[in-house]
Design a protein around this ligand. Structure first.
Ligand code: NAI
Length: 255
């Protein structure tokens, strides 16, 4: 028996990194997983892997920052499944923008639109699909939502917003049997880190990784699978009395 048998799970930002690892784990545990992303090419590969492994997954082209796209997605899910049990709001972008007085307005808007507004929109439109039977929403905040980073105030604002938005939803829907928690990853080896700091092969990427290892008590970066296993715990009934929490998965950085 799987820990997510008979559950319909939606994972946003599921083409690569943490989202892709979570899709595979949710499917292995018996969920039917709807993989929603703007990146069709990579997400199709994830879906193929799940299906070849005997799991159930499908792809939906979704831009979480666009109200119309999310609203149409909710209609699609309602027509096809009539409900969802798990929503992992994981889509996110990050980019350095400099100090606030030099930070580009369009970059600030873009990060808030995808990371924070996207989490609001998918929650708003998909919550009605959980009302009858209850469910679990998992948001992706960050250690950058708890403490600040140099030159990344837009990301800090978005992720800090997600942490408290999570708590707001948790108390709003506790009586409906809907639990809402967030995960605060530390530095996880994913394409987002490649884009932000450079790949493992590039000199600046190597320097960044060495610095992250130095500040992380466990002395290493995390893997997408290590975040996925916490996303599984929060999605499953094993966390049935956990709501409004922000769980760090960071090798001890925020301890
Ligand atoms: P990633 O870049 O591999 O994954 C992000 C996913 O979001 C991609 O599949 C991308 O196509 C998708 N996406 C971007 N814009 C979208 C949009 N408008 N609509 C739908 N999907 C969209 O990176 P990673 O690291 O797996 O990121 C997942 C989440 O984890 C993000 O929210 C990120 O901020 C968060 N996070 C990551 C950390 C890390 O060290 N990798 C640390 C803390 C938080």
């Amino acid at each position: 028996m799987g820990r997510l048998d008979n559950k319909v799970a939606v994972v946003t930002g599921s083409a690569t990194g943490i989202g892709a690892a979570t899709v595979k784990l949710y499917a292995k545990e018996g969920a039917t997983v709807v993989c929603a992303d703007v990146n069709e090419e990579d997400v199709k590969q994830t879906v193929d892997e799940v299906i070849n492994d005997g799991g159930q997954a499908e792809f939906y082209s979704l831009d979480v920052s666009k109200e119309e796209s999310v609203s149409e997605f909710a209609d699609y899910l309602n027509d096809k499944y009539g409900k969802i049990d798990v929503l992992f709001n994981n889509a996110g972008i990050d980019e350095e923008g400099g100090k606030v007085h030099e930070y580009p307005v369009d970059l600030f808007d873009r990060i808030i639109a995808v990371d924070l507004r996207g989490t609001f929109l998918t929650s708003k439109f998909l919550l009605p699909l959980m009302m009858e039977q209850g469910g679990s929403i998992i948001n992706t905040s960050s250690m950058s939502g708890r403490a600040a980073d140099l030159d990344r105030s837009g990301y800090n604002a978005a992720k800090g917003g997600i942490t408290n938005f999570t708590k707001a939803m948790a108390i709003d829907y506790a009586r409906e049997g809907i639990r809402v928690n967030s995960i605060a990853p530390g530095t996880i080896e994913t394409p987002l880190v490649d884009e932000l700091a450079g790949t493992k092969e590039q000199e600046e990427g190597q320097e960044f990784r060495e610095a992250q290892k130095w500040v992380t008590p466990m002395g290493r970066l995390g893997s997408p699978e290590e975040v996925a296993s916490v996303a599984l715990f929060l999605a499953s009934d094993e966390s049935s009395y956990v709501t409004g929490e922000d769980i760090a998965v960071d090798g001890g950085i925020m301890a």
